[in-house]
Design a protein around this ligand. Structure first.
Ligand code: EPU
Length: 422
């Protein structure tokens, strides 16, 4: 398995320009949406990250034909050849659950492995299942698989008990081809949910309330092809902002949507980091001499994203004082803490809170991360830790970041990939 090796430096200052790619969590549902039509769906600004390739493997098994050339993905599912998402793929990527709604809606049948355990906490899918049942699906759980069937889904009024990103996406997709009107309330309002809705409208879906907590969908008989540019990845952008902040850097990010990152930008400014617009799609960040500590609580959009919690924690180890980070979305998303401790950080966890006392001069060490954002956190910490930091199992990083080591190297970091592939 690949490793990332960093020669860190307390005095490192990242400097330069970095281009941010398309959003992983927007492209995955967009690929799932291609299962809803027999016509071609073309997606632009697609990041070449591992989860995209895994999802492509999944839909190809279902009959999708097409390729990712540079950052444009063309997909066509003329006929569905399989309605089954096997355990091996679902286990590797929980987002595979996103095929459930589209398969049921177009094909009337779906067999999807139950995702099981996850490194960041218990992640049930009851809200997906209950919602599809409300749309008229018959669902049973057998031998670790969800077996779902329906003649034609029927519109219904469904209120999510809790906000769920992929749950909202699954139900919106299912409802586009259901008979009659569906009203979904307490929907997740993440920009990735809206991006999916925009694509579906281009495909011929009738959706009102995009970006709102109540989404109304009038089912249509069929959907057609479309072209759609995926929105920029606000988490990749936030990761580079945190990297710039903690290295007292001077960075320009291009290809971003600052309006999708208001809370993260506000929080960085609160820590003493100047962030200004640069051009039509850019942000210029100049960190001050001191990072101020602060308390952060993760919450659904537009709150502080759980997907930025680990990277922010790395930054807070460099703040002058005590910060409290509260994780409210996932119950085990502090996996990076023990690794940060190995680098010399001063962090105590009590329940859903981590108390980070700074500033600590970190020292490099060999580490291992068990999920994507925890790996990103260790990369950031490694940049400012003295000496060598090795991050094992870089595959986690590759799931959501395209060539992060090359991008950081271009900004002045001493970072490289050690590949064991011949
Ligand atoms: N939940 C339930 N029941 C359900 C679904 C969710 O109780 O049926 C709970 C979860 O356990 C969690 C909360 O609801 O406590 C929110 O989970 P959500 O369903 O919103 O998460 P998700 O859709 O599985 C997406 C992203 C995650 C991101 C979360 C939260 C994708 C493909 N994944 O997951 O991204 O952390 O929303 O914003 O969109 C990442 O990119 O690193 C990542 C993990």
């Amino acid at each position: 398995m690949d490793k990332i090796r960093i020669q860190g430096d307390h005095a490192l200052r990242l400097k330069g320009e970095v281009r941010i790619g398309g959003a992983k969590n927007a492209v995955l549902p967009a690929i799932a949406a291609s299962l809803l039509t027999s016509e071609e769906v073309r997606l632009g600004n697609v990041p070449r990250v591992k989860d995209v390739f895994t999802f492509l493997d999944l839909v190809r098994e279902m009959g999708a034909v097409g390729d990712l050339a540079a950052n444009t993905l063309s997909l066509r599912v003329r006929d569905l050849s399989s309605d089954e998402a096997a355990y091996a793929l679902v286990r590797a990527m929980r987002a595979s659950i996103l095929v459930l709604g589209p398969l049921l809606a177009r094909h009337g049948k779906a067999v999807v492995a139950l995702p099981g355990g996850c490194a960041i906490g218990s992640r049930p899918i009851d809200l997906h299942i209950n919602g599809l049942q409300r749309l008229g699906a018959t669902i049973s759980l057998e031998h670790g698989y969800i077996r779902a069937s329906a003649d034609r889904l029927r519109g219904a009024e469904i209120a999510f008990e809790k906000k769920t990103v992929t749950g909202t996406e699954n139900l919106v997709m299912a409802a586009t081809l259901a008979e009659g009107k569906t009203v979904l309330s307490n929907c997740a309002v993440e920009p990735e949910v809206s991006d999916l809705c925009v694509l579906l409208v281009k495909m011929g879906a009738r959706i009102e309330g995009i970006g709102e907590e109540m989404i109304r969908i009038s089912g249509v008989a069929e959907l057609g092809g479309a072209f759609h540019d995926i929105i920029p990845d606000r988490i990749e952008a936030g990761t580079f902002l945190a990297a710039g902040g903690m290295t007292r850097g001077d960075l320009v990010l291009t290809g971003v949507r600052p309006d999708h990152m208001t809370t993260v930008i506000e929080r960085l400014r609160f820590s003493g980091i100047a962030i200004d617009p640069a051009g039509s799609d850019g942000l210029h960040i100049v960190a001050g001499p001191v990072i101020r500590p602060q308390d952060i609580t993760t919450s659904p959009y537009p709150g502080f994203p759980t997907d930025m919690q680990a990277q922010f924690m790395a930054m807070m180890t460099q703040a002058e004082g005590t910060s409290i980070i509260t994780e409210t979305i996932f119950d085990r998303r502090f996996g990076h803490v023990n690794e940060l401790l190995r680098l010399g950080a001063n962090i105590e966890v009590a329940g859903d809170k981590a108390v980070v006392r700074g500033k600590t001069l970190l020292s490099g060490a060999e580490t291992i991360a068990t999920d994507l954002r925890a790996s990103a956190c260790l990369v950031l910490a490694g940049l400012v830790a003295s000496g060598e930091t090795v991050i094992n199992e870089a595959e986690h990083l590759d799931r959501g970041y395209e060539r992060i080591e090359d991008k950081l190297k271009a900004l002045g970091a001493r970072i490289e990939r050690i590949s064991d592939r011949k």
